[in-house]
Design a protein around this ligand. Structure first.
Ligand SMILES: Nc1ncnc2c1ncn2[C@@H]1O[C@H](COP(=O)(O)OP(=O)(O)OP(=O)(O)O)[C@@H](O)[C@H]1O
Ligand SMILES: [Mg+2]
Length: 239
């Protein structure tokens, strides 16, 4: 049985989708079967970040309303035999699923995949609770800014109340120079404020944006970022 892992944040734009797709590609590279669900209803991103936007026909709302099967809605990534996405619907009105519907959808997927990675929405509202329904674990992505840390803490509380038992955090867009200069909060500040274990850090690197803009997971290129994601995946596999 596979695991359901949600990427969440609270604050928007911190790198949840980039994290999700590169984690998915890292795990798929190891031969694991991965499906990524885009739960950014109205604002989907995973399809473009993976260069799959022209292949999208169905979406999560179509699956949950019975218009198509989960298999039909899956778009396979051209680089891996077992990496799929199910896109989010572009129209909010189309999506009327309940948390129970989501949980049973995830249960179905976990029978056929090693990991179901859910790219969650920003915010700490009902959309987050819907994406989190039945998830085994959440990775809360944040940056080294006080606003992001406070929002991550809020997301942590909401996810705990929603029954997501395992919650860990990833600090993204880390700028080592700013960190050294003391201009940003330190890792000690992060761990004293947050109640979650740190799964890993990812440096700020414009190559991440460039790769995403070209529809390529950055972990396809041999670099320290790929090594970083491999370490994060190793730790995640222990949960
Ligand atoms: N480590 C990084 N270094 C440089 N740029 C990054 C990094 N991580 C993400 N980005 C860039 O930050 C922007 C936001 O990333 P992303 O879309 O993954 O955030 P998000 O949290 O999913 O946003 P949203 O809340 O809108 O869903 C993108 O332009 C992306 O390329
Ligand atoms: Mg996103």
């Amino acid at each position: 049985m596979g695991k359901i892992i949600l990427s969440a944040s609270g604050k928007g734009g911190v790198g949840k989708s980039i994290f999700t797709l590169n984690l998915g590609a890292t795990l798929a590279e190891r031969g694991l079967k991965i499906v990524m669900i885009d739960m950014n209803v109205g604002l989907r991103n995973l399809d473009i970040y993976l260069g799959l936007e022209n292949k999208v026909i169905y979406d999560v709302a179509d699956v949950l309303s019975g218009v198509c099967t989960p298999k039909k809605a899956m778009v396979r990534d051209k680089r891996f035999p077992y990496l799929y996405i199910i896109p989010a619907p572009q129209k909010k009105e189309k999506f009327t699923a309940s948390p129970e519907d989501m949980a049973s959808f995830y249960e179905h997927l976990r029978e056929n995949f090693d990991y179901v990675l859910v790219d969650g929405p920003a915010g700490v509202n009902s959309a987050l609770c819907l994406a989190a329904a039945g998830a085994d674990a959440a990775v809360i992505v944040m940056t080294m800014e006080h606003v992001s840390m406070r929002d991550a803490d809020m997301a942590d509380q909401i996810l705990r109340e929603s029954g997501v038992l395992t919650r860990v955090c990833v600090v993204n867009k880390v700028n080592p120079d700013l960190l050294r200069s003391g201009a940003m909060p330190s890792f000690e500040d992060v761990s004293s404020m947050l109640r979650m274990p740190l799964l890993g850090i990812i440096q700020y690197d414009e190559n991440i944006s460039i790769a995403a803009n070209c529809g390529v997971p950055i972990v396809r290129q041999k670099s320290y970022i790929e090594e970083n994601f491999n370490r994060i995946a190793d730790r995640l596999l222990c949960y």
